[in-house]
Design a protein around this ligand. Structure first.
Ligand SMILES: Nc1ncnc2c1ncn2[C@@H]1O[C@H](COP(=O)(O)OP(=O)(O)OP(=O)(O)O)[C@@H](O)[C@H]1O
Length: 332
């Protein structure tokens, strides 16, 4: 079991309040991702759940038990850090087993659990190596393995892929997704990368300046963002925001995703000039400077040849256009 309830958690460092009243429920087996820009408080929230940081007020409840003042080691959690935090002088096997040994787990049980975890994470060939003899990706798998053997109620991941190169990040992301499916464990994962959030999460918590902007499944946030912040944060390239007044609209801002615009050289809603074309192979990002809408991004599936300076018309899909009020909230 591994449910979590966060009740009105606030955290201040001196006069600065970095968590401004967080409420959240995580059910057993869920994969929840905290995402938001740098400094929004996601790591602090994770550290409060882990007990590495005391909240200023509010409660953390794990499996129905208030653990707000319980020391980290007694909360039934295991944390995986960005920096791996492995002991350099210990072998992979001993790094993975150390926590269990310290908790006086019988040696046969430690071996059994290391066997299962190392097989899941393809670490069997490296058990006798030391961290310095491993690649970054392998080290992170050891850090994940060390969490797995503890059979925690909650797995906490703090930007675990940030130190890996792009290809390894994709591989390790896939491994974490498969691990979650196999273990059916509750996982809480912090990242500033919206792609990681979209690909891993059952539920995404979008944080901004110490507050939750929206909670929802990846597609819910993509299709029905509650406000301009979430609309701009989820999705890549970012949603285009256009001043409503420029388009003769009553809404303060009009939002349209680059993939929900089409282009035509002869006619369309917004006449523009090609500023730049990015050829990504599978698709093309066009940057258009439009008379009405200003500088916008259009994403076209496949290859599209457009010379800078050429005239193109962009047309938004009206069914996929968002309207925002002056307070940034989406208008229904
Ligand atoms: N120990 C501390 N003392 C004072 N301020 C802190 C401390 N830890 C974090 N902060 C501040 O709290 C805010 C939130 O930090 P936090 O690390 O939670 O953000 P984050 O969303 O995880 O950002 P990042 O993605 O950059 O890691 C930041 O402004 C940070 O400077």
């Amino acid at each position: 079991m591994g449910s979590l309830k966060i009740e009105n958690v606030k955290k201040a460092f001196g006069p600065v309040e970095v968590l401004k009243g967080i409420n959240l429920e995580v059910t057993d087996g869920e994969f929840v991702v905290f995402v938001g820009p740098s400094g929004c408080g996601k790591s602090t929230l994770l550290r409060v759940i882990a007990g590495l940081e005391d909240s200023t007020s509010g409660r953390v409840v794990i499996d129905g038990e208030d653990v707000s003042v319980t020391p980290p080691a007694k909360r039934g959690i295991a944390m995986v850090f960005q920096t791996y935090a492995l002991y350099p002088h210990l072998t992979v096997k001993n790094n993975m087993g150390l926590g269990l040994k310290q908790a006086s787990t019988p040696a046969a049980e430690i071996d059994r659990r290391i066997g299962i975890a190392s097989s899941m994470l393809s670490l069997e060939p490296y058990l006798e190596r030391r961290p310095a003899e491993l690649s970054g990706g392998q080290r992170q798998r050891v850090a994940i393995g060390r969490a797995v053997v503890r059979e925690p109620k909650l797995f906490l991941f703090d930007e675990p892929l940030s130190n890996l190169d792009a290809a390894l990040r994709v591989n390790t992301r896939l491994e974490i997704a498969q691990l979650h499916r196999r273990l059916k464990a509750t996982m809480i994962y912090v990242t500033h990368d919206q792609v990681e959030a979209m690909t891993l999460a059952d539920k995404i918590v979008v944080l901004n300046a110490g507050k939750i902007e929206q909670i929802g499944g990846p597609m819910q946030l993509y299709n029905s963002p509650a406000n301009e912040f979430v609309a701009g944060f989820i999705g890549s390239p970012k949603m285009n925001f256009i001043d409503g007044a420029r388009l003769g609209e009553t809404a303060n801002t009009i939002g349209v995703r680059p993939e929900h615009l089409t282009v035509d050289p002869k006619s369309g809603a917004w006449k523009g000039t090609v500023v730049h074309a990015e050829h990504l192979g599978a698709d093309t990002n066009l940057y258009l400077d439009c008379e009405k809408a200003g500088l916008i991004t259009v994403r076209i599936f496949g290859v599209y040849n457009a010379e800078p300076g050429a005239t193109l018309y962009a047309t938004p899909d009206p069914a996929k256009t968002y309207r925002f009020g002056a307070d940034g909230k989406v208008l229904k």
